[in-house]
Every structure is written in structure tokens, then in C-alpha cells.
Design a protein around this ligand. Structure first.
Ligand code: 3HC
Length: 685
């Protein structure tokens, strides 16, 4: 069996004495495609039919077992043979099959291994069931076989979180039988000769304390159940594991898998998965081959600290600079606290946390940056301050790539203040920088490809999502977000109240509605943007005065206890009669007849506004592709991942209804109709 368009077989058969070795070879990550499944099945048929064979070993080529089923097959009918049929063939084959795991065994890959009679792993093996993060449940026995090895609580944890575990933990949990330091294939061959059939599905469920399990299940699913139904369905499958015949449970699991896999949420999640991988490649520059091992961050405020932590927890030594020595010292403490917190929350193992802590240092002397390959400035958003910092850094690190963490300032213009403008690249992080995945990578007119390559490498190593953005105010994300925010303000004047807008968008899947977000960030931030618009005569055609009025009244957001909402000591928000009165009076003052706006209308107006601005960004070349807008909004602005991003959402709407929504958006903004431009951009996607 060969992969389509490829002369190499997706599964090679070799024999080592009387053991058949099936080598899965489907680049780049050994996804389990039709060709792989057919190849494994053919091997198992041979094992069944040849009396001279004692058993078989399944192994992946090039350091990976199977990184999961081929997700690109999930949009339509998955071609035969299906994975459950392959696993059934292994289970009913009278001779044993051993999985030799090296590298990734994820999703269907782990399920295939669980269908084998034993599993051996190298120390580099990583296992996991990430289906829920793709809006599905495991579809080939994962919810039934894993709990028989680990108990239900551990299985539920792995399935609902999608967490990947290394070989040592997999051994401790009982997922693999042993970890083998040297030749895992040879060890598996030996084992295949000696063991009998040991079907995981025949094992009894390990005993469990029901009350403790109930509590665990509640906690494990609470956060995810709100947005993606898959977590709840996976929990039901795990809960009932062992209480009914395996065949029945497997059919139920597969039926749910098929239903969920074809759901709009799963399609959106797959879209985001592929879009995130495509986004860094748009400019045709590959990430640098060498990683950044030594970096500097100038400006030790919250952003600088977050960037330093993101770099240090991913293998770089990082020196933080602040011109105030006391602040540099404080920032170092804060950075180490963040590392320790990541370790406490299980996001970092103890050893990695200690290494990261040790690799952080701080001072007030810019000369201490010497030897850095990358220096990121994260000082105050003022072009003169930034230019001064970068100019002093260029002397100390004559060969390093310099990066500016700016949200609005032009990278090209800043680069012109340097001796060598080709060294400067924009790296726009989002707060908190050690958590948020989005980084906009901005090349100025003269930025060298090598600088972009190093930036892409650093972003990848930090496990963040790079989106290449044009050097234009607000880049992609802030540009789209600013328009969204403006449109939700129009909704206030047109008939909605802040709590209604927030409830509608939280119902859509945003963790927080736009007014709650505004209060959290502080209203003075947007005010400074509005002042800049006013100073440069760029106020939008329709301008809403409500946020300015709130600022004037000292309602600056959560930190002041009042903004769009009023806040109690514990942070809970409540509707403020004063704000309701302000909103109503602003409509009156402008002669706007308020209309009742239902949740659907609010969502359509707000998300269509994002899509319109996204289309403008694409048309202007600021975003290279619609999908980049989606990646930016999902990873930087809390757009619900299972809705795929504003451009994906727009593409799922009825075209006539969406065109009407675009007209409503542009009318609300007192702008010309853009429905044709938007439709054209979406057609090209
Ligand atoms: N199906 C199809 N393509 C896949 C894939 C998959 N499961 N996993 C990765 N790829 C592709 C990527 O799209 C990318 O393709 P490209 O080069 O053409 O853009 C290429 O493989 C390399 O992937 P990455 O850029 O992500 O490489 P990394 O080395 O950074 O990461 C990875 C590799 C950890 C395997 C990561 O790609 C990943 O997490 N993949 C998804 C794993 C997963 O979720 N598997 C479960 C699938 S669902 C399932 O198995 C259902 C079952 O229950 C029946």
C-alpha cells in the first residue's frame, strides 16, 4: 500500500526471524491515513495466515509512531479500512502484536497501540489523546481501552485535557508496559515471541472510589463543557467504560466520533489547526536552523517580564534590562515567580522550571546584553524612547537581531533610526506574553529575511503562533479588534446595553464580552488611541462619546472599581444604573431611535464587523490570507476557537444573509457598502 502520489509504501514489511515488523512510514508525521491503515491491515492478514510467523511488531519510521489519524480525511467520508477494523483485526488475530513506540503516539496512533497485546516505549515516546481539542471524542477505542489500563480518572484527565505525557509517566500510568533504553524494536521482537494474546479490552476496570471520581469528573469537564460538547461526551464514554459489553461501547464511541467529527465546531477547529501551521510560512521565509540560546529583553515592565519568561521556559538564557536597577531586580523576582507558578500548575516540570529560573538574569546596564542573538525591546510605546533603546543596543550586540515589541508604531520608520535597518523586526506579543500564543511578526520595508527567520524560530520555540503582518498601524489583530470595539459601541447607541452585548458575545463563546474586556484592560488605553485619532484628524465617520464620558467621570475600568460596570471588592460585576442612563441619553442626544437588538443580531453585527475589517486588511496586504486573520483573532483576542475565527465564520454564513450583515455594518459606521470587496476576499480564501 502506498501513500497517494508516492511510490514508497506507507507501511513496509520486514521479518526478523519469525517476527513480522510493520514499519509505518507516512511523512511528515506518520499520520494514520487510508494507506497506513490498509498497510497495517495487510500486515496483520499476513500474520494471521502464515503459520511460520510467531507475532508482529508495529513501529514508526523516523522517530514517530503515529501522530494521530489524518485530520484532512475528516471533512468527508473516511475511506476504508477504518481504524476500528484494523484494531479488531489485531485483536482477533491469534498471534500477538507488540507496539514499539518512539516519538509521538497520539490520537488514533495511541488507540492502535492500545489495540496491541503489549506496548514498549523509548524514553522519547510521547502519548496522548488530543481529539477533544479538535472537537471530537477518540473514535477507535481510546475511551474504553485507556481506562482499563489507567483507571477512569487518569484516562478522563488525559482525554479531556488532550495532555501529552512522556514515557516515564506513561509507564507509571500503565499505558506502556516498559520503557526501553536501547533498541526498542529488538525488545519488541523478543517480546512478540514470548507473550500470548493480552487484549486490553478484556481487562477488568481497575476499582475506583465513585465519589472521588464524580468530583474529579465535574472539575475536569467544567471548563470545556461550556464551549465544546466533545468534552462532555468523552466524559460520558469514560464514565460508562466497563459497564456494558465492549463491542456495544465501541459502537457508541464511533457513532459519537462520527457525529462530532462532522460538526461545525470540529470543522472550525480543524480549520484553525491547519491555518496556524500555514500562517508563519506566508512570507516564504523558513525559521532559522539554529535556535536562540541567548536573548535580551529591554524594558522590565509586565510585557518585558512575560517575554523573558516565554523565552527562558523554552531553552534560552535571558537577560532583562531596566534603566531602574530596583525595577530590574523586582522584574527578575516576578519572572522567577511566573516560572514557579507554571511549575505549580503542572505546565512545566520541576527540572525545566529550575533551569528556566537559573537562566534568567537582570541588570540596569545595557552592556550586559553582550552575546545575545536576539534583543527584544519592550519599553514604553513611544517612538523616541524605543529608538533610543534600540540605538544603544545596536552598539552592544553588533550582530544580533533587534526586535521591537510594538502594537502600533511603524517598524520601518523605527528601523531607519538604526545604523543597519535590516536588523530590526517587529515582534508584537500580547499580554500576558508568557501565556498568550499570538505573536505578530512584522517585517519593515528593509528587514532582512535572516532577521525574520530568527524571529520565526524564536516564536516557534516558544510554542507560540506566528502570524506575519504588514507594517501598518495596528497590524492585523489590533486593527480588527479596534473596529469590533467601535461596532459594539454603535450597538450601545442603536439599542443595546453593555450587559446585553457582553451576554450575547459570551454566549457565542468569547470568555468575556467586549465591555468586560474594556473594563479589565482599563478604558484609558483606548482613550489614548482615540486622542491620537483626534490629533491626526482621523476620527471615524461615526464617533461614540460614551467611553470618553466614562473616562471623564473617573470610571476607568476594573482597577477603579467602575467602568461599563460597577465592581464589588471580589471583582464581580454588576450593571451600573449610571451607565445605563448615559447610554440612553447618548442615543437621545444623537436623535437615534433605539431598537430592540436580540442576541443573534448583536453577534452578527459584531462578528461581521470583524470580518469586514479582516477583509480590508487582506485587501490592503496587511494580512496575506483570510486564515491569518482567524489565527490572530483566535490566539490573541479570545475569539472562540471552535468558531474558527471571523473569516471562517463569515464563510459559513448564507451569502445573502452575510451580504446584508456587511451592509448593516457599513451603514452603522456611516461608510460605503463594502459587501463586494468582502465577498471577493472571501472567495479567494
Ligand atoms: N493529520 C494530518 N496532518 C497532520 C497531522 C494529522 N494528524 N498532524 C500533523 N499534520 C501535518 C501538519 O499539518 C503539517 O503539515 P504541513 O507541513 O503540510 O503544514 C505537518 O504535519 C507537520 O506538523 P507541524 O507543523 O504541526 O509539526 P510539529 O512538529 O510542530 O508538530 C505534531 C507535530 C505534534 C504531530 C502536531 O502537528 C500535532 O499536534 N498534530 C495533531 C495531532 C493530533 O491531534 N492527532 C489526533 C488526530 S484525531 C484522531 O486521531 C482520531 C482518532 O481518534 C480516530
Amino acid at each position: 500500500m502506498t501513500a497517494p502520489g508516492d511510490a514508497r509504501p506507507a507501511v513496509r514489511q520486514e521479518t526478523r526471524g519469525d517476527v513480522l515488523v510493520l514499519i509505518i512510514d507516512n511523512p511528515p508525521v506518520n499520520a494514520s491515513s487510508q494507506a497506513v491503515r490498509a498497510g497495517v491491515l495487510a500486515g496483520i492478514e499476513r500474520l494471521r495466515e502464515h503459520d511460520g510467523l510467531a507475532g508482529a511488531v508495529l513501529v514508526g519510521a523516523r522517530g514517530s509512531f503515529i501522530a494521530g489519524s489524518d485530520i484532512s480525511e475528516f471533512d468527508g467520508v473516511v475511506p476504508d479500512p477504518l481504524l476500528p477494523a484494523v484494531i479488531a483485526a489485531i485483536e482477533t488475530c491469534p498471534r500477538p502484536v507488540v507496539a514499539a513506540l518512539d516519538g509521538l503516539a497520539l490520537g488514533g496512533g495511541l488507540e492502535l497501540a492500545l489495540g496491541c497485546d503489549a506496548r514498549l516505549a523509548t524514553p522519547q515516546a510521547v502519548v496522548g489523546l488530543p481529539e477533544v481539542t479538535l472537537g471530537m471524542v477518540p473514535g477507535a477505542g481510546g475511551t474504553q481501552r485507556l481506562p482499563r489500563l489507567t483507571g477512569r480518572a487518569a484516562a478522563l484527565d488525559l482525554i479531556v485535557s488532550g495532555r501529552r505525557v512522556g514515557a516515564a509517566e506513561a509507564r507509571r500510568l500503565g499505558i506502556v508496559d516498559d520503557v526501553v533504553d536501547d533498541d526498542v524494536v529488538e525488545a519488541a521482537v523478543t517480546l512478540a515471541r514470548t507473550i500470548g494474546k493480552r487484549r486490553v479490552g478484556d481487562l477488568p476496570m481497575p476499582p475506583e472510589d465513585e465519589a472521588a471520581y464524580d468530583a474529579f469528573e465535574k472539575a475536569a469537564t467544567a471548563a470545556l463543557r461550556r464551549t465544546v460538547g466533545a468534552a462532555g461526551e468523552a466524559a460520558e464514554l469514560v464514565r460508562t467504560a466497563g459497564t456494558r459489553p465492549l463491542t456495544q461501547a465501541l459502537l457508541d464511541e464511533r457513532a459519537r466520533f462520527d457525529r462530532l467529527r462532522t460538526s461545525p465546531e470540529a470543522a472550525a477547529l480543524r480549520h484553525v489547526f491547519f491555518a496556524e501551521r500555514a500562517a508563519p510560512r506566508r512570507g516564504g521565509v523558513r525559521p532559522a536552523v539554529q535556535p536562540v540560546t541567548r536573548a535580551g529583553v529591554v524594558g522590565a515592565g509586565a510585557m518585558g517580564v512575560g517575554i523573558a519568561v516565554a523565552l527562558a521556559t523554552h531553552g534560552a538564557s535571558v537577560h532583562l534590562i531596566d534603566r531602574d536597577p530596583a525595577q530590574a531586580e523586582r522584574a527578575l523576582g516576578q519572572a522567577r515567580d511566573l516560572v514557579a507558578r507554571a511549575a505549580r500548575r503542572g505546565r512545566l516540570d520541576t527540572e525545566a522550571a529550575e533551569r528556566a529560573s537559573r537562566s534568567l538574569s537582570a541588570s540596569a546596564a545595557i552592556a550586559d546584553l553582550g552575546g545575545s542573538q536576539l534583543v527584544v525591546e519592550a519599553v514604553f510605546e513611544d517612538p523616541d524612547v524605543k529608538a533610543a533603546v534600540l540605538r544603544s543596543a545596536q552598539e552592544v550586540v553588533p550582530r544580533a537581531v533587534l526586535a521591537t515589541n510594538t502594537s502600533y508604531l511603524g517598524v520601518g520608520r523605527l528601523a531607519e533610526t538604526l545604523d543597519d535597518p535590516t536588523r530590526l523586526v517587529g515582534l508584537h506579543f500580547f499580554a500576558p506574553a508568557h501565556v498568550m500564543r499570538l505573536v505578530e511578526v512584522v517585517a519593515g520595508e528593509r528587514t532582512a529575511p535572516e532577521a525574520v527567520a530568527l524571529a520565526l524560530r524564536a516564536v516557534r520555540d516558544m510554542e507560540k503562533c506566528a502570524v506575519l503582518a504588514g507594517d501598518s498601524e495596528g497590524f492585523i489583530g489590533n486593527r480588527v479588534f479596534a473596529v469590533y470595539r467601535r461596532h459594539v459601541e454603535y450597538l450601545l447607541e442603536d439599542g443595546a446595553l453593555p450587559a446585553e452585548v457582553d451576554a450575547a458575545l459570551e454566549g457565542f463563546g468569547f470568555a468575556m464580552g467586549p465591555f468586560a474586556v474594556a473594563d479589565l484592560s482599563g478604558l484609558q488605553i483606548a482613550q489614548s488611541l482615540r486622542r491620537r485619532w483626534r490629533a491626526t484628524d482621523r476620527l471615524p465617520a461615526r464617533y461614540v462619546d460614551i467611553p470618553d464620558e466614562l473616562c471623564d467621570r473617573g470610571r476607568l475600568g476594573r482597577r477603579t472599581g467602575a467602568g461599563y460596570y460597577t465592581y464589588a471588592e471580589d471583582g464581580t460585576r454588576s450593571v451600573a444604573a449610571e451607565v445605563t442612563e448615559l447610554v440612553l441619553s447618548e442615543s437621545r442626544r444623537k436623535g437615534i431611535a433605539r431598537q430592540a437588538l436580540d442576541r443573534g443580531t448583536i453577534v452578527t453585527r459584531a462578528v461581521a464587523a470583524m470580518a469586514v475589517e479582516g477583509a480590508r486588511a487582506v485587501a490592503a496586504g496587511v494580512a496575506a490570507h483570510c486564515d491569518d486573520v482567524d489565527v490572530a483573532m483566535v490566539n490573541g483576542f479570545g475569539f472562540p476557537r471552535h468558531r474558527g475565527g471571523p473569516m471562517w465564520w463569515a464563510r459559513q454564513q448564507d451569502p445573502d444573509e452575510f451580504a446584508a450583515a456587511v451592509r448593516a455594518v457599513t451603514e452603522a459606521a456611516h461608510e460605503d457598502d463594502l459587501s463586494e470587496l468582502v465577498a471577493e476576499v472571501l472567495r479567494r480564501a
